[in-house]
Design a protein around this ligand. Structure first.
Ligand code: GBH
Length: 482
């Protein structure tokens, strides 16, 4: 990767030449000249979008023949979610999808990342199809296309059909997922050209089966958890093969992964190398295995007898070539070079490290740049999308109807400024999906954390744009960070 593009270099040279001629070194642009944000313009054709996920926004949990998912079961189990909240109704996008497409249209986005609920298509995960579920997504897709919005669809955002025996402990679930992926992508292949297999392995494997904090709420051993992880990436690999076999050329397939992001503590070559190495090993069971078609030796050695059992053909499927890698970027880690055998250490964050309204959401705009850079430098991926980025905020709907989420705008402005650096250095970032279009069911946090550009009153289901929606609309219109 070039470290600085010719375009940027030319601009910098012109500015310093002008400064030299005038005998001034600062400021680079004097008052009344071109605004600085003009330097933060994105290239023509950059795709702006918003993201949501089926269980988080749809509601209609028992409507249209939908089968229950592990998240229905989990959320209905006392003590598992904040306040006992469930996705039964949520923002009720199942019934309000036309209104939601108008929210997208008003923002001016070119793309929308949504997910399909597996158990709306196959209520039991396998076997009998549910025509009403297919019809629902068909109408959503048509509505998007009629409004000039390109759908990017995730096939699995954690809502495993509850009827599948053993969930992700069972290798057959990976095969069932590939069958569902084959059917669904084939069925919609005339209208949908961009697919993501899975969203965030760690959240439906480790958090569900080892830490017990997400569905299905189990606390299994390391060996069992490694096997669940393997079934997760196997599902991705088998689905990738199935989609390739069932869709015409010109169909792009990727995934959406919250790869652990490592920022070098200081941007010097040794720490940059450390951050890259930390990225490779920190994502060993998931993205690294997928990008390299094998588990790193270091991971297998570390897990020893607990390492996953792998069958012949698994790693070939898992390592299948992707058209794009989707990165969900939130909180960063910091890596530094050291003399340990692995050559780096990860810095524990000081208690004073700033975070957003969700306590885990440490603020780290550089993470979006380094996430892109580390992944591209390690694996030479052809295209990257930021498939999620955004923040919760203590949004208050004031009597005048305004929600002034300046903290969300601050967060997004800084992340998009850092993403601009990646784009300027010619890293292959094609688009950005903001999480989220509207407030929704934030998993174990229920409705206590709002991530939307639109405020949802969960009693009346009224959507109200926040200040951040107004801001994002202006960013999209100008194709620049404002
Ligand atoms: C994404 O996960 C999800 O894809 C999306 O569905 C979700 O709504 C969005 O982020 C916002 O959270 O409770 O301290 O144990 C982001 C990665 C991994 C972040 C799990 C929260 C739990 C932290 N998430 N993590 S904690």
């Amino acid at each position: 990767m070039k470290t600085i593009s010719r375009r940027l270099f030319g601009k910098a040279a012109a500015v310093s030449a002008a400064a030299a001629a005038s005998g001034l070194s600062f400021p680079r642009l004097s008052f009344g000249q071109q605004p600085t944000t003009a330097n933060l313009r994105y290239p023509a054709g950059f795709k702006w979008g918003c993201a949501t996920a089926a269980y988080q926004v749809e509601g209609g949990a028992r409507d249209g023949g939908r089968g229950p998912s592990l998240w229905d079961v989990f959320a209905h189990t006392p003590g598992k979610t904040h306040n006992g909240d469930t996705g039964d109704v949520s923002a009720d996008s199942y019934h309000h999808y036309k209104e939601d497409v108008q929210l997208l249209k008003n923002l001016g986005v070119q793309t929308y990342r949504m997910s399909i609920s597996w158990s709306r298509i196959f209520p039991k995960g396998t076997g009998a199809l549910n025509p009403a579920g297919i019809d629902y997504y068909s109408r959503v897709i048509d509505e998007l296309l009629a409004n000039n919005i390109t759908p990017y669809i995730t096939l699995f955002h954690w809502d495993t059909p509850a009827a599948l025996p053993g969930g992700w402990q069972n290798r057959d679930t990976a095969k069932a997922f590939a069958d569902y992926a084959a059917f669904t992508t084939k069925h919609f292949s005339d209208r949908v050209k961009h697919w993501m297999t899975t969203n965030e392995f760690v959240c439906f494997t480790d958090l569900g089966y080892r830490d017990g904090q997400f569905a299905p709420g189990l606390r299994l051993s390391d060996a069992e958890c490694n096997q669940v992880r393997h079934h997760g990436i196997l599902a991705h690999g088998l689905a990738l093969q199935a989609i390739r076999a069932n869709t015409p050329s010109g169909t792009d397939v990727g995934l959406a992964e919250d790869a652990a992001v490592f920022v070098p503590v200081i941007e010097t070559p040794e720490h940059v190398r450390a951050a890259r190495q930390a990225t490779r090993l920190g994502n060993a069971p998931f993205l690294t295995a997928i990008m390299e078609g094998k588990y790193p030796e270091e991971y297998l050695q570390q897990e020893g007898a607990n390492a996953p059992r792998v069958e012949p053909g698994d790693m070939e499927a898992i390592g299948g070539k992707l058209d794009f890698v989707g990165l969900n970027i939130y909180d960063p880690h910091f890596a530094r070079a050291d003399n340990s055998p692995q050559g780096f250490s990860v810095i524990p964050l000081p208690a004073s490290y700033p975070h957003m309204w969700s306590p885990w959401l440490n603020m780290g705009p550089e993470g979006i740049y380094w996430g892109v850079r580390n992944v591209t430098d390690l694996w030479k991926v052809p295209a990257i999308y930021i498939t999620e980025n955004g923040t919760s905020s203590d949004d208050v709907l004031k009597p005048d109807g305004h929600i002034e989420d300046v903290d969300r705008v601050m967060f997004l402005r800084n992340y998009l400024t850092q993403l601009h650096r990646a784009v300027s250095e010619d890293y292959p970032v094609k688009g950005y999906f903001l999480w989220s279009l509207m407030d929704n069911f934030e998993w174990a946090d229920g409705y206590s954390k709002r991530f939307g550009l639109h405020y949802v009153d969960f009693q009346t289901l009224k959507r109200t744009p926040k200040l951040s929606a107004e801001w994002y609309k202006a960013v999209i219109a100008q194709n620049a960070v404002l």
